[in-house]
Design a protein around this ligand. Sequence first.
Ligand code: SF4
Ligand code: SF4
Length: 134
Amino acid sequence: MDTPQRSRPLPTPERQVRTAQRIAGRQHPWSECQRCGACCRHLIVEVGHEDVAREPRIAERGILLDGHGKLKAEEWCWSLTGVLGSRVCPFLTCDNLCEIYATRPLCCAAFMPGSDLCRKVRKMDKQEGRIRNK
Ligand code: SF4
Ligand code: SF4
């Protein structure tokens, strides 16, 4: 004989919100940048003319990507990798600050602290022994 099953009450809307917040919190336990500089160390930042127009030092210190002379000037972009192979942005200071913070490339300004990519590069830093916490 089957035992009667007690049906579970549906979670209240308040509880659903709390659960969603808890899950989101697990994925993004912090939304503030930790100023570790990992994104500036591990990612190749490619920037375009509008960034160079705002911050001319990008053209001075970045690496010009002109398709080995095959691209037209309007198609050029610049890569912020410091020394090729080291993948360190030439504007990252030894205090992990951005030397051109106020005029940094838009893709840098749009980078999301706590995002999957942020976590990935922080993990790379951790593996290299740069970050000890979080
Ligand atoms: S890797 Fe994330 S936490 Fe570190 S500086 Fe970049 S955005 Fe901030
Ligand atoms: S320009 Fe500034 S924010 Fe962008 S990668 Fe370089 S140091 Fe980081």
